[in-house]
Ligand binder design. Sequence first.
Ligand SMILES: Nc1ncnc2c1ncn2[C@@H]1O[C@H](COP(=O)(O)OP(=O)(O)OP(=O)(O)O)[C@@H](O)[C@H]1O
Ligand SMILES: [Mg+2]
Length: 198
Amino acid sequence: MNKTELRRLIRQKRRELTPSERNIAGRRLLKQLTARPEYLYSRRVALYLSNDGEIDPQWAIQDLWKRGKQAFLPVLHPLRKGELVFIRYARNTPMRNNRFGISEPDFRRGKQVPARFLSLICLPLVAFDSRGNRLGMGGGFYDRTLAFTHHQGQKPRLAGCAYAFQEVRLLPAESWDIPLQLIVTDQEARPLSADTGL
Ligand SMILES: Nc1ncnc2c1ncn2[C@@H]1O[C@H](COP(=O)(O)OP(=O)(O)OP(=O)(O)O)[C@@H](O)[C@H]1O
Ligand SMILES: [Mg+2]
């Protein structure tokens, strides 16, 4: 199956979940996250607002606020096409809709933090495999934004967030794809590695 077909199938399955199934899964996602040191010891954590049926990290965002940690959201860079920046997300952060209709912190009014200063980035995804390969929506936004992790010492940890059914046996890895170190689903949280995946 090619990437386009796989994206279509999994996105459709994701969208078919009922609101109550989404709620339960989102709360389970938080439970799995809170069992991980990568989450517990991170002070600055980037997440996302659920779109297109993605597993919903809103409970995790609330949890970060409660613990006095800082939450960040990805925002489309207004000039650098295809790149994201991370802006602080608090209860009173001014929001706007981007060109995809996704709500994001207002770039002009928000506090931007370079990705290398985040301790943990939680990425949405369409599919993942046990080696840490990630299939996104196809824009390459996260890959472009995180390309610096190839050659820079200080790196945020990258955790994919997904429903357990989004796991596939093996994804084709492209040269530009940035691998995940951790996967967190509604069922489990586990480290991923290209060395131990098969
Ligand atoms: N570091 C990069 N520099 C330039 N182009 C890139 C880079 N990373 C990815 N791209 C481009 O983005 C396109 C989409 O990449 P890919 O299919 O991996 O998207 P994705 O990982 O599914 O999407 P996303 O990361 O937005 O969730 C590719 O065709 C590739 O050319
Ligand atoms: Mg990719």
